[in-house]
Design a protein around this ligand. Sequence first.
Ligand SMILES: [Zn+2]
Length: 145
Amino acid sequence: MARIERGHCFCGAVMAVMEGEPFWICFDHDDDCRRATGGPMTIWIGYRPHQVELTAGKPKTFSKTKGVIRSFCADCGTSIFYADEGLRDELYVSIGFMDAPERFPPQAQAYWDMHLPFINMADGLPRVDGYTRRRDPALGNPRER
Ligand SMILES: [Zn+2]
């Protein structure tokens, strides 16, 4: 039987079910995600879009960076999804949205070059400056915003 994971926002208006294994999980230290999620860094859980189904509510979307669409609960503000035209067939779910976040150990540290100076982690994970995934260069570098 396929792995089933569920998520919901803080107020419960938005809920989703994720089916199967995520293909990628990583810490993310970039300042856009820091501001969008409100935490010092976040963890994104990568699924194929067809694996993710909304079961309640409809997140509000916001885009500031070319090609990037962020979703969040319009009522409580919980960060929910990160979608990127430069990362085709990839949909990232915020770890804070997950009902069982402990089941998603990250595999790498993305945008390590932007990590806050007092964040020290002895996890032995690869530290990558910038994206850990190959983003379509046609969309430019989000840093040049
Ligand atoms: Zn909510």
